[in-house]
Design a protein around this ligand. Structure first.
Ligand code: 48H
Length: 265
C-alpha cells in the first residue's frame, strides 16, 4: 500500500472535527478525567446519555496512576468492590474489607470502558469558565491546555450541556471559577465554596458519597471536588469513595433527565 502524509493529516482533522462537532450540544459535560469523572461518564453513556469528558492533561486518570506516594497500588474498600468487579479489574484481598488493585490496570480499564460505552474524551483541553443562563449553568467554555500554558490571548469555544459535572479533584476548579465570576449561592453549609479539610479516611469516604450532588442548577460535583466544595475531609489513597461518587453522580443526573423528559411530555 502507498502511504500519503496528507491523507493521514486529513484523516485526523476530519475525524477530530467530527468528534468535537458532535460534542457541542450534550446532555452531560464532565470536567476532569480522574476516577470519579471516568466512572460517572461510563454509567451515563451506558444509559445512552450524550456525554463528553474534558481533561486538561494529555494523560487521563487524574490522581489514580500514582497510587499512594507513587507506589502504584490503590486500595478499595468492601463497599466499592462491586464497581471494580463490574469493570473486570483484578482485585486482591489484603485483609477483611480491604482490596488492592494495580493502579495502571485500574486507570486503563476505566478509560477503555468509558470510551467503549460511548464517552467522547477530549484530552489536552481545559475548561476555563462556564456558560450560563438566567439562573442555571448551561455548558462549558473550553480552550487548549497549550494555549493556557503559553499564556496566549486566544478566545475559547463553548459547549452546551444540560448538566455540567465538576470532577476536577482537590481544586474544584469549575466551582471556584463560577463563584469568582458570579454572585452565586451554592447548596453548601455557607452558600459558598467551603474548602477541603485534613485527613480522616473513614469520615471522608462516607461524606464524599453523601455530599455528591447538584450544588447549583445544572452544576454537579463528584469525587474530591465534593469534599473541597462542601468542606469535607480528605481520605488519602483509598479510591472507593471516588468510584461511588461517580456512580451516584450518573444516577442523580439520569433521574433528573427522566423527570425533565416526563415533565415535557
Ligand atoms: C479540565 C481539569 C481541570 C480543568 C482539573 O484529581 P482527580 O483524580 O479527581 P477525582 O476527584 O476523580 O479523584 C481524586 C483522587 O485522584 C485523589 O486525588 C484522592 C482520592 N485524594 C485523596 C487525598 O487525600 O489526597 O482528577 C481530576 C482531573 C485531573 O486529571 C485534572 O487534570 C483535571 O481533572 N482537571 N480538566 N479542565 N479546568 N481542572
Amino acid at each position: 500500500m502507498k502511504l500519503d502524509e496528507i491523507t493521514v493529516s486529513r484523516a485526523i482533522l476530519s475525524r477530530f472535527s467530527q468528534k468535537l462537532g458532535d460534542s457541542l450540544d450534550l446532555d452531560v459535560a464532565i470536567v476532569g478525567a480522574g476516577p470519579s469523572g471516568l466512572v460517572a461518564s461510563y454509567y451515563l453513556a451506558k444509559a445512552n446519555a450524550r456525554v463528553a469528558l474534558f481533561e486538561r492533561k494529555l494523560s487521563v486518570g487524574g490522581g489514580m496512576w500514582g497510587g499512594g506516594m507513587l507506589f502504584n497500588e490503590i486500595v478499595i474498600q468492601e463497599e466499592a468492590k462491586r464497581i471494580v468487579d463490574e469493570f473486570g479489574i483484578s482485585l486482591q484481598k489484603f485483609q477483611e474489607g480491604y482490596y488492592t488493585a494495580d493502579s495502571v490496570e485500574a486507570v486503563s480499564t476505566f478509560c477503555a470502558a468509558a470510551c467503549r460505552a460511548g464517552v467522547r474524551i477530549f484530552n489536552g483541553i481545559s475548561v476555563e469558565d462556564l456558560m450560563v443562563r438566567e439562573n442555571s449553568v448551561a455548558g462549558l467554555v473550553i480552550n487548549w491546555t497549550a494555549v493556557e500554558m503559553a499564556g496566549l490571548h486566544v478566545d475559547p469555544l463553548a459547549v452546551r450541556a444540560k448538566f455540567v459535572v465538576d470532577a476536577t479533584g482537590h481544586p474544584a476548579e469549575v466551582v471556584q471559577v463560577f463563584q469568582r465570576k458570579n454572585p452565586v449561592r451554592f447548596n453548601t453549609s455557607s452558600g459558598k465554596f467551603v474548602g477541603e479539610r485534613s485527613l480522616w479516611a473513614e469520615e471522608a469516604e462516607i461524606s464524599t458519597v453523601e455530599n455528591t450532588g447538584e450544588i447549583y442548577p445544572g452544576l454537579f460535583i463528584a469525587g474530591m471536588a465534593v469534599n473541597a466544595t462542601r468542606g469535607g475531609f480528605r481520605m488519602g489513597p483509598i479510591f472507593g469513595g471516588m468510584l461511588l461518587s461517580g456512580e451516584k453522580t450518573a444516577k442523580l443526573i439520569l433521574d433528573r433527565m427522566r423527570l425533565d423528559k416526563e415533565k415535557k411530555n
